[in-house]
Design a protein around this ligand. Structure first.
Ligand SMILES: [Mn+2]
Length: 509
């Protein structure tokens, strides 16, 4: 999914001193052992045999889903210890960034349940920051981490909604204290109704101005906002720190990213094969959705863009309700979500299975840019430098196939590249499609980051700067890239990309 270029400008503008400090913290995290610990041993929670006392759980466990989860895992491939480590890393950052004489309180709510009408809920999607810290899939809960002055440990509490027999009859098992402590490895668990009294008691104990609150500003959970407003005005945003942790993927997360990219690559490839003239874009949507779910994904990560012919010039075209025609190209931008982790892939192919001369020329000019940029990632450029390079390379390649004029200068070529691709060429990828949006795009790429590389070329029907044979053509090629110690790994490499691979796929059974 392409991201508007204007957001990049905003991210450059975002307090660069603060960003470099955070980056420094990011480096510390990678090099320095974690000093803070949750103030109880994870082993103590494991001594309770959940299986012996409880048969129904609100989310998959190794008992109920042994093919999905190994012992100790809260979500596929992510062990309870990794979730605890993430919380400790976060508190380590807070410890270093705040006044040590104050009680530090970190509050991260889950997503609320949202209804489309009456009692009909939307498909629930967990808040990415809350999921990153807990692995918990339930709505309307609140995670609270408290560190007292002078202490090098912290206490963890999960507040969860009270349920009853009637609610569980309709909606299934809900969170309870035993599940929070034994399965999620959270130290204390209590009802959401106890959140406000708990918070007030911290104030009484330490005097109101003795509390430093760090809240998730991206999640305006009313209970949290109202409670804090009444108690203290010293509130900071936890999101930038969390995003700097999330931007580096652990080994387990890298494996999940591999998996989600393989599923999406296959789903797009299968959809190429069923494309023919007069297929509706919505049917191609159904195909990519079907193959993603059959491949193990839970659902598509975002409304896909499936655009036949000139509709590809609408960058976020998601109506997907027209027929694709013989002689046109189709652009598909789709990705799936695999146990929280998203892929983001774009391919273009000719509806009739053969590129014509001009489609091939423009496609190969763009592909050359995309491949060069992936190679350039080995030099660890920031995303914004990748964008500048894209403008230059795209302008040069387009000039070679007749765009602009022969006298177009080097600077004008970059400007021309930008005019034909007005969106950014890259964003971070992970739990969110446009992942860790509070991390600037002007820091060098480092091992563990996952990014997209997605140059495009959009030639509208009235474009004066392009030969008329290209008018109406809209193309984008997008891969997902893991930055490794030795270079790059193209996670979506299994999806056909060259002209010959695409034609071969479309003309095989
Ligand atoms: Mn994208």
């Amino acid at each position: 999914m392409a991201i508007p270029f204007s957001r990049t400008i905003m991210s450059i503008g975002y307090n660069s001193t603060k960003c470099s400090q955070l980056l420094k913290h990011g480096k510390i995290l990678l090099l320095k052992p974690i000093i803070l610990k949750q103030s109880f041993s994870a082993d103590s929670s494991q001594s309770i045999n959940l299986k012996s006392v409880k048969k129904c759980y609100p989310q998959p466990t190794p008992d109920t889903h042994p093919t999905l989860l190994k012992d100790g895992e809260i979500s596929p491939l992510i062990h309870r210890n990794e979730y605890q480590e993430r919380r400790s890393k976060l508190m380590n950052e807070i410890f270093q960034a705040s006044d040590r004489s104050k009680t530090k309180v970190v509050i991260v709510p889950s997503s609320p349940k949202v209804y489309m009408s009456g009692k009909i809920p939307y498909v629930f999607r967990q808040d990415s920051d809350f999921f990153y810290l807990t692995g918990c899939l339930e709505p309307d809960a609140i995670l609270v981490l408290v560190m007292k002055p002078g202490s090098e440990t912290y206490e963890t509490t999960l507040f969860f909604p009270k349920s009853d027999q009637n609610m569980e009859m309709w909606e299934g098992p809900k969170l309870d204290q035993l599940f929070c402590q034994s399965f999620l490895g959270i130290q204390h668990a209590n009802f959401v109704s106890e959140f406000a009294p708990f918070f007030s008691s911290l104030g009484t104990e330490n005097q109101l101005n003795g509390i430093q609150v760090w809240r998730d500003f991206d999640n305006s959970c009313p209970i949290v906002v109202d409670t804090i407003k009444k108690t203290t005005s010293q509130v900071k945003d936890i999101v930038p720190i969390l995003h700097y942790l999330r931007v580096y993927k652990s080994k387990a997360e890298q494996e999940l990213m591999r998996k989600t990219c393989i599923i999406a690559s296959n789903a797009v490839q299968q959809t190429m094969k069923v494309t023919k003239a007069n297929t509706c874009e919505s049917q191609l949507w159904a195909s990519v959705d079907y193959h993603s779910r059959m491949g193990g994904a839970q659902y598509l990560a975002y409304p896909p863009v499936i655009a036949g012919g000139p509709r590809a010039n609408t960058i976020h075209y998601i109506s997907n309700n027209q027929l694709v025609e013989d002689g046109d190209m189709v652009l598909m931008d789709a990705g799936c979500q695999y146990h929280g982790y998203t892929s983001d892939l774009t391919r273009c192919w000719p509806v009739n299975g053969r590129f014509d001369r001009y489609q091939k020329q423009a496609y190969e000019a763009l592909l050359d840019v995309q491949v060069s940029l992936i190679e350039f990632c080995k030099q660890s450029p920031p995303l914004d430098i990748l964008f500048q390079r894209m403008c230059h390379l795209l302008g040069k390649n387009l000039q070679e196939i007749g765009f602009g004029t022969d006298s177009t200068s080097c600077a004008q070529r970059s400007q021309m590249g930008y005019s034909f691709c007005p969106h950014h060429v890259s964003h971070y990828l992970g739990l969110d499609v446009h992942d860790t949006g509070r991390v600037t795009r002007n820091i060098p790429l480092r091992p563990g980051m996952v990014i997209t590389i997605e140059p495009g070329v959009y030639v509208d029907l009235n474009q004066k700067n392009a030969p008329k044979e290209f008018h109406g053509l809209g193309l984008r090629i997008e891969d997902d890239i893991l930055i490794t110690e030795t270079g790059v790994e193209v996670l979506t490499r299994h999806c056909p990309k060259s002209v010959s691979q695409i034609e071969e796929t479309m003309n095989s059974q």
